[in-house]
Design a protein around this ligand. Structure first.
Ligand SMILES: Nc1ncnc2c1ncn2[C@@H]1O[C@H](COP(=O)(O)OP(=O)(O)OP(=O)(O)O)[C@@H](O)[C@H]1O
Length: 704
């Protein structure tokens, strides 16, 4: 256990006694806290304590690594012998224990808070409950039925102790009539409490499942409609953790917490009324204990809430590391970084343990307070009740009822506060969930833009500048002006990082330009209906990804028009994917995912997907990079077909590093540092002797 590096030392001789000294491991800045059992004479204990602690302090480079002493204790043994004041020793001892006392630095969670980088605004219980109530929506009836059943079951249960005592004492007195009626009533109460408890649990569980589903659905729909820039700094693992663990945590709220709080509140109130009818001074004594319990809880509950919120955030961070590592397992294996990745994951696990230990110790304190107070009630009840019997103010039957109801009251108080604590934890866990759910969809989804009758494919960038929101100080495109005519085949080339893919991202409106305007067929891009426009653009990205579905569905992915098997096969033939698809075990029905096909095969499927849409604008962003030379040759054929065949003519924008692919295009645009520096056809640009010539030379040299 990292937080408590217990350091034990025992001397064998019976006279020497056992010294047990523990030096807990403390995070940055916190004082080490020695906890020890002392059975030896004062000085010997102190010396051993110091020796042991100082060694450990050095070993673990704790707070004061340069000294052989621990804060407040002299390092030199002579000093000990001179300093024989036991009060001084105890003062120092208290100084060590103090951090672990309520409010001490040991309980401070700010280290972990910093690591988790929590930004969510706190959510109050009422606000969270209100949101959940809204989410249950049309299924509120389930909650009504559950609450009604809960009331009947709780009243049945709380009536039983009184009738039970009545039955026992009527039997003792030989009152057969009263006894029969009481037992009949008991049977009735047993049946009704059983039936209604079942209904209560069932309805609350269904309401809970419904709530968690809606929560996930709402959160997911909030996420998928965010601008692409939202996802740049937001790690995927963190988001999936919000969708999974955080939403699941809420299942406690309705499924457990709320119903147990309601049920026990009712039972506690019932017990309280019954107690009042028996004796109000005795009831007051029970109430004092309940108030003490509530007081302890209010401190503990707040701490638990903070800890739960942090646990969720740290879980998200751990999840993020795991997701990253597992999705890049090949890279990890090739570079042999398994241990390093394990270390990265362990950092978060240790932070989770840091919180977990404090949560558990806090729970221990809370439980200790509860059990002590609970037992006190019983003792107090017997003591006060017994005295009342002796003075003739109370009958044994009343005392029995009193003891039973006292137990109910204190038990109900415990369940209420315990579930309230769990409720606070769940609410703490949902703060980030609610924050994400409140995100408005990206601007482009909020308004319906113009849908043209037909898209010609004329593209114009006017003075477009752009920086990525995550790197606002780095200009990527700089006052870029470019007009691409309808049906023109244009290639964009340039050095790596010059802004070619960014150009395409702006055309697809994945990001908005910081300056200037983009026009499509003469209409500002931001005035057009973006979904409609994207349907008219075929895009093949640098890395092609496949969804876990069959090949046919992958090719048809996102295609809004009605397509038949022949259309799918035609598109696959155009992309030279038909042959290899037929060689797969189930042809077009073969189930694939991102890992089952080669890079070139995935890219050919992506090209088929783009072609099937019959797009007015086809964008190939380095689509040939993962293709073999033969396929590349055929894809060049596809580009040429689009260029030359009047029936399939369309605007084609190719971003290619392999300059051989683009020799035959209408125009080549050379970009450098976000600016257009050259433009023309292959022969003209080569004659110019600029950057394009250099690029061609480099490629020719690398091939020879
Ligand atoms: N999402 C992003 N957030 C921040 N910066 C980015 C992002 N995507 C790209 N960049 C930066 O923008 C610059 C241009 O990138 P871009 O992908 O457009 O270049 P490119 O010319 O397509 O390069 P390559 O030929 O290597 O694909 C690079 O410096 C890159 O680091």
């Amino acid at each position: 256990m990292r937080f408590f590096n217990f350091h034990l030392m025992a001397t064998a001789s019976p006279q020497s006694n056992l010294h047990v000294v523990s030096t807990p491991y403390f995070p940055r800045g916190n004082k080490p806290l020695p906890i020890f059992t002392l059975r030896s004479p004062y000085f010997r204990t102190k010396r051993k304590f110091l020796n042991i602690s100082s060694t450990k302090t050095k070993q673990n480079s704790f707070a004061n690594s340069n000294s052989a002493s621990v804060d407040g204790f002299p390092s030199n043994e002579n000093e000990y012998d001179n300093n024989t004041n036991p009060f001084e020793f105890f003062r120092n001892l208290v100084g060590y224990i103090q951090p672990a006392l309520p409010g001490g630095s040991w309980w401070n969670l700010s280290d972990a808070r910093q690591a988790a980088n929590t930004t969510a605004k706190p959510v109050t219980v009422w606000l969270a409950l209100g949101r959940m109530w809204d989410l249950i929506g049309r299924d509120k009836w389930l909650v009504y039925v559950a609450v009604a059943s809960l009331v009947v079951a709780a009243v049945s249960e709380i009536s039983m102790p009184s009738i039970l005592a009545e039955a026992i004492f009527s039997a003792q007195r030989g009152e057969a009539m009263v006894f029969t009626n009481s037992t009949r009533l008991l049977v009735l109460l047993c049946v009704s409490s059983g039936i209604f408890s079942g209904m209560r649990s069932g309805c609350f569980s269904i309401a809970n499942t419904t709530l968690v589903n809606r929560l996930r659905e709402t959160l997911y729909s909030a996420l998928v409609f965010q601008e692409i820039s939202f996802f740049d700094p937001e790690p995927v693992g963190g988001l999936t953790s919000r969708l999974g663990a955080d939403c699941q945590r809420l299942s406690n709220v309705i499924g457990n917490n709320i119903h147990l709080i309601l049920r026990n509140s009712l039972q506690g109130a019932g017990a309280f009324v019954n107690l009042l009818t028996l004796s109000w001074p005795l009831t007051l004594s029970a109430l004092v204990i309940c108030s003490l319990l509530s007081l302890v809880f209010s401190v503990y509950g707040q701490y638990q809430k903070k800890a739960a919120e942090l646990t969720q955030d740290l879980n998200a961070c751990a999840n993020n590391v795991a997701q990253e590592t597992l999705s890049m397992m090949q890279t990890v294996r090739i570079y042999g970084t398994e241990q390093k990745e394990l270390g990265r994951y362990k950092i978060w696990l240790e932070k989770l343990a840091f919180i977990g230990i404090r949560e558990t110790v806090a729970y221990g304190f809370w439980n200790m307070s509860f059990i002590t107070l609970y037992r006190c009630t019983q003792v107090l009840a017997v003591l006060l009740g017994g005295m009342s019997i002796m003075t003739g103010h109370f009958s044994p039957e009343q005392l029995t009822k009193y003891v039973l109801y006292c137990e109910w009251l204190i038990y109900a108080t415990w369940r209420v506060v315990d579930n309230l604590s769990s409720l606070l934890q769940s609410i703490g866990a949902t703060e980030k969930v609610f924050q994400l759910m409140d995100l408005l969809p990206g601007n482009q989804f909020l308004s319906e833009g113009i849908k043209l009758q037909r898209l010609m494919g004329h593209v114009q960038f006017v003075n477009v500048s752009f920086q990525y929101p995550s790197r606002i100080m780095v200009p990527i495109l700089d006052h870029l002006c470019l007009t691409i005519e309808a049906n023109e085949v244009v290639a964009i080339v340039g050095l790596s990082g010059s802004g070619k893919s960014t150009f395409v991202s702006l055309l697809l409106r994945l990001y908005e330009p910081s300056n200037g305007q983009i026009f499509i067929d003469g209409f500002p891009l931001k005035d057009l209906d973006i979904r409609w426009l994207r349907e008219k653009i075929g895009f093949v990205g640098q890395e092609s990804h496949l969804f876990r579905m069959d090949i046919k569905s992958n090719i048809m992915y996102g295609c809004s028009r009605d397509v038949k098997q022949e259309d799918v096969e035609w598109a696959a033939k155009q992309a030279y994917a038909h042959e290899f698809i037929l060689s797969l075990p189930h042809g077009y029905e073969t189930l694939v995912d991102d890992n089952l096909l080669s890079g070139g095969q995935k890219q050919r499927i992506a090209i088929a997907r783009a072609i099937l849409r019959d797009p007015a604008i086809l964008v190939l962003d380095e689509a040939t990079s993962a293709l073999d030379s033969e396929s590349e040759h055929y894809v060049k054929g596809v580009i040429n077909a689009f260029r030359n065949d009047s029936t399939t003519k369309r605007t084609v924008i190719v971003i290619a590093h392999r300059l051989s692919t683009i020799k035959a295009v209408d125009r080549i645009v050379v970009i450098d540092n976000g600016r257009i520096i050259e433009m023309g056809d292959h022969a003209g640009l080569v004659r110019r002797g600029g950057l394009y010539t250099q690029l061609v030379k480099r490629q020719t040299e690398s091939l020879t």
